[in-house]
Design a binder for this molecule. Structure first.
Ligand SMILES: NC(=O)C1=CN([C@@H]2O[C@H](COP(=O)(O)OP(=O)(O)OC[C@H]3O[C@@H](n4cnc5c(N)ncnc54)[C@H](OP(=O)(O)O)[C@@H]3O)[C@@H](O)[C@H]2O)[C@@H](O)CC1
Ligand SMILES: Nc1ncnc2c1ncn2[C@@H]1O[C@H](COP(=O)(O)OP(=O)(O)O)[C@@H](O)[C@H]1O
Ligand SMILES: [K+]
Length: 507
């Protein structure tokens, strides 16, 4: 499934109508009918509905809905918020058609009394005020009506295409917006459904196909198993550990050994043949006591000298197929030179997480080095803000934009974590991830994700498939692990959920 911007929606509209030759009224009728069907499937018996109608094409869909509801025996109040003489042609056509079935109230500048009493009495509110053509800053009287609608707690509110007041591309709210219980959107989901705070306003939502055609492939996709499930095949009976890669996890400073343990455990759960954890000198004994399968080494901050115990030497002598740098890494003198030296040596995919990201944030010129390894970074919004030298709030308000720009400017694959993790590729493509659960909002779950990405990279899965698969299944494991109170879910339970979740998507 792709996701479309308003610009792409306009192009889709234009192409379908002008090039393909499908009249706009056909699309509008299909759009309105699809929303009506959603309403009728929830309320099979006739109810009282208010249809709030704007002066654009979103309002056009509203006229279609009002007519179909009347024909289904509903008691419909159609309220137009604007001047009927200014309706665009398609909307006017359905305004005229509707008037054979019901009357229209036009909101006057004098007052809202009539509309207010209708709102108090209604069971269903249809928001057909503004859709993808909305511009910033709700104007009078729409602003007032939005406020009144949100005070109607007894009615069920359905938004046509998009709740009024939500910006489709940014998810921002124009001062206020309608809190919909359900949204029926046309052709493709919009960014607002995956961004804060817009996603809180759309309620449950569905996409309906109305016969539109987009001439170009959109740049944004929604993550789904068909993008990567071919990489999740069962093992041949002749398998041996050497076929499933060797992942090196570098991190685990004092007090943060758990981070490398969790990444390593996740990597094993996702099928890696061998996992080596390497922690600062002095910590290896404690770690050895705490792990079962993983091999353990140590490293030191001045490790770039090539003696036989150094990381550099071992990177050259061992056959690692992917490297994770960062879980519990900590900060230390000489970190910049240390990380630069590692990056210059590794040829296999490298995942930069946690403090490796913080080191990079303080020393961005590290990316100017001659680095052969494909780089993947997995920042949470705070780390992303450090990379960009901005605030977390700024990152959260422009998640899609910052992830795309950073991936394009650095050549890294960026996994911007959060409620809907965004994966951005250096060529400008993006994938937004729908799975996940607030149970994952807990220290340690990021380490599990890093281990999962490393696991599939180590096994030779392509970068795109490995990242998308890991992010999706990590979210699913979060969902799956909630068997009682969501706040009580432990990282062990998330790890334990990986088996059943992977099983579900393996063929
Ligand atoms: N794409 C498709 O294939 C299909 C699209 N379809 C539908 O068309 C919708 C897009 O229609 P659209 O482009 O006419 O825009 P729309 O959302 O009605 O808004 C424009 C109107 O709102 C007004 N207005 C704007 N901002 C405002 C504000 N802040 N505060 C107050 N008023 C504001 C603006 O007034 P103006 O600024 O022009 O004075 C104008 O009157 C789309 O969401 C979908 O539902 C389907 O019918 C079938 C196929
Ligand atoms: N509310 C949420 N909904 C879905 N996923 C979430 C939510 N909160 C956190 N996560 C996921 O949990 C992980 C947390 O990672 P991070 O913040 O780096 O934690 P850690 O302390 O383990 O490094 C990320 O993959 C993030 O997407
Ligand atoms: K709407």
């Amino acid at each position: 499934m792709y996701l479309c911007t308003t610009e792409e929606m306009r192009e889709l509209d234009r192409y379908t109508i002008e090039t393909i030759g499908i009249p706009g009224t056909v699309l509008m009728e299909r759009a309105g009918l699809a929303v009506t069907q959603a309403i009728l499937s929830r309320f099979p018996l006739p109810k009282r509905a208010i249809v709030l109608i704007g002066t654009g094409n979103n309002g056009g869909d509203g006229w279609v809905i009002a007519r179909h509801l009347c024909q289904s025996g509903w008691e419909v109040k159609a309220w137009l918020l604007g001047d009927p003489s200014k309706l665009p042609a398609d909307a006017r056509c359905f305004y005229d058609a509707y008037r054979h079935f019901g009357s229209v109230s036009v909101l006057s500048a004098q007052g809202m009394d009539g509309l207010e009493s209708d709102l108090e009495d209604t069971e269903v509110i249809v928001d057909a005020l503004l859709g993808t053509g909305a511009k910033d800053g709700l104007r009078f009287p729409i602003d007032q009506v939005v406020q009144k609608v949100n005070q109607c707690h007894r009615a069920w509110t359905i938004a046509v295409d998009l709740p009024t007041g939500v910006n489709a591309d940014t998810g921002k709210v124009m001062d206020q917006a309608i809190y919909a219980d359900y949204t029926v959107t046309f052709a493709y989901p919009k960014w607002a459904f995956y961004l804060y705070p817009g996603a809180d306003y759309v309620g449950d939502w569905d996409v309906v196909e109305i016969g539109t055609v987009l001439p170009v492939t959109p740049k944004v996709q929604v993550n789904r198993p068909s993008l990567w499930d071919k990489a999740l095949c069962h093992r041949s009976p002749w398998s041996h550990k050497g076929r499933f890669g060797h992942l090196l996890v570098i991190g685990g400073a004092d007090g943060m050994l758990g981070a490398v343990r969790m990444a390593g455990a996740a990597a094993y759960r996702c099928g890696t043949g061998k996992v080596t954890l390497t922690v600062p000198q002095g910590n290896e004994q404690s770690l050895k006591g705490a792990v079962m399968q993983e091999m353990v080494w140590s490293w030191s901050g001045d490790d770039y000298f090539a003696d036989e115990s150094s990381l550099s030497y071992r990177l050259r002598s061992e056959q690692f197929s992917a490297v994770v740098i960062g879980p519990g890494l900590g900060r230390f003198p000489g970190e910049e030179k240390w990380l630069g030296h590692l990056l210059e040596q590794i040829e296999h995919p490298v995942i930069l997480d946690a403090d490796a990201i913080n080191i990079l944030a303080d020393h961005p010129h590290l990316l100017d080095l001659k680095i052969a390894a494909p780089l993947i970074c997995t920042p949470h919004p705070g780390e992303m803000a450090r990379l960009l030298r901005t605030t977390t709030q700024d990152v959260e308000q422009r998640r899609n934009e910052v992830a795309r720009e950073y991936a394009m400017s650095t050549g890294m694959v960026v996994v911007l974590k959060g409620r809907f993790t965004i994966i951005a590729f250096p060529d400008g493509r993006q994938v937004v991830n729908p799975s996940g659960h607030p149970a994952l909002a807990k220290a340690g779950s990021g380490d599990v994700l890093t281990g999962m990405i490393g696991a599939w990279l180590a096994q030779g899965v392509s970068i795109e498939e490995a990242v998308l698969m890991a992010v999706y299944l990590h979210g699913k494991a979060g969902e799956h692990s909630v068997t009682s109170a969501e706040q009580s879910v432990s990282v062990d339970e998330i790890l334990a959920a990986l088996g059943p979740v992977i099983q579900q998507y393996s063929f």
